[in-house]
Ligand binder design. Structure first.
Ligand code: KG4
Length: 339
């Protein structure tokens, strides 16, 4: 019989619970937090308070949607880190209590590893092809930009990563200087569809190996706007779509240039995408181009599994359950945690 795993995610500003049976997802409930909108970014204290309010109703709904009772759960997996400490503590404490009460194994999950393993989540009605090992995964979110070499489910190595801002941060910070609300990534993407990606040229970093840097782009974008707004106060308004399209092209080019180099160097043609920025239409198109140009097999997860969600925690929990990698009741969350 397949194990039934309850997954809990509370690393940032989404409270999520999911139930998986084997690798088949039965439910995935996500409660977002609107309380941060007026601050232009996540406020940690408000996030942990909202997690406390959400966690029990979210877990209840996940079990109800899955049609399981607490006695059907074989193990509980939770995000140990990386993330906001106050937020992580809520999910960790809940998972510990649940495991203790039900006398079932407790499984700690690395949030980054879970983003990569989201590719292995299967839907009940329709199975999809999964990446073959070894594969490369570009993990791009509000907090991460990494190229991960995945040798096996639980054997991964970061071969390139950002030395400053993450790609999502670059989208959000540049959106902010254009006066767009947080998070700006999806809005830039939307506006970019109607703009000219060649209208403006922004600086690209020269950085060694497969690493990334986005802080220089952010600064050059800021100075470019400042100089042009001096000449025309309505410059941003007049050129918003072209600015978004050109900025998006620059970020996607930066991401893809290193990924292409990593694929060439390793000889790997199984190329996956993960994290919130994988919703970006320019990046998705660049993957399709990669498939045509380099013969890659590309893997882009379903939208619901790209942003923070507990389904990816539950599937990672499954692989650790199969390996009998369990945590003790003394496990503590980590705000910073490497792969
Ligand atoms: O993985 P995620 O949900 O959580 C964090 O790491 O916080 O990623 C959120 C990030 C934000 O920076 C958001 O602006 C970005 O993903 N994002 C996008 C798009 N959708 C979300 N960036 C560019 N284009 C998009 N369509």
């Amino acid at each position: 019989m397949n194990p039934v795993i309850l997954g809990i995610e509370s690393s940032c500003d989404d409270t999520s619970a999911a139930v998986i049976e084997g690798d088949t997802i039965l439910s995935n409930v996500i409660a977002g937090q609107t309380v941060h909108e007026e601050y232009g970014g996540v406020v940690p204290e408000l996030a942990s308070r909202a997690h406390q309010q959400n966690i029990i109703p979210v877990v209840h709904k996940a079990m109800k949607d899955a049609g399981v009772k607490s006695e059907d759960i074989s193990a509980v997996a939770f995000t140990r880190g990386p993330g906001l400490m106050g937020s992580l503590l809520v999910g960790t404490s809940f998972a510990k209590g649940f495991a203790l009460a039900r006398k079932i194994p407790l499984i700690e999950v690395n949030h980054l590893q879970a983003h990569v393993l989201a590719h292995f989540i299967q839907e009940p009605e329709q199975k999809h092809t999964v990446p073959e090992f070894p594969f490369l995964c570009l993990l791009v979110s509000g907090g991460n930009s990494q190229i991960v070499l995945v040798r096996d489910y639980l054997d991964m190595e970061i071969i390139g990563q950002t030395i400053d801002d993450a790609a999502g941060e670059a989208f959000d910070k540049c959106a902010k200087v254009m006066g767009l609300p947080y998070p700006g990534g999806p809005l830039i993407d939307k506006l970019a569809q109607e703009g000219n990606p060649e209208a403006f040229e922004f600086s690209k970093p020269r950085i060694s190996d497969f690493n990334y840097s986005f802080s220089g782009l952010k600064t050059s974008f800021l100075y470019f706007l400042r100089d042009n707004v001096k000449k025309d106060p309505d410059f941003i308004e007049h050129h918003k779509k072209d600015l978004c399209a050109s900025l998006q092209k620059t970020i996607v080019d930066i991401l893809m240039n290193k990924l292409v180099a990593a694929a060439k160097k390793t000889g790997i043609k199984e190329i996956a995408l993960a994290g919130g920025v994988s919703a970006n239409s320019g990046l998705r198109q660049a993957y399709i181009t990669g498939k045509e140009k380099y013969g890659w097999n590309i893997y882009i997860p379903k939208f619901g599994y790209t942003t923070d969600n507990a389904a990816m925690i539950a599937i990672t929990g499954l692989f650790k359950y199969q390996n009998k990698e369990f945590a003790g009741q003394d496990v503590a969350p980590f705000a910073r945690m490497a792969l």
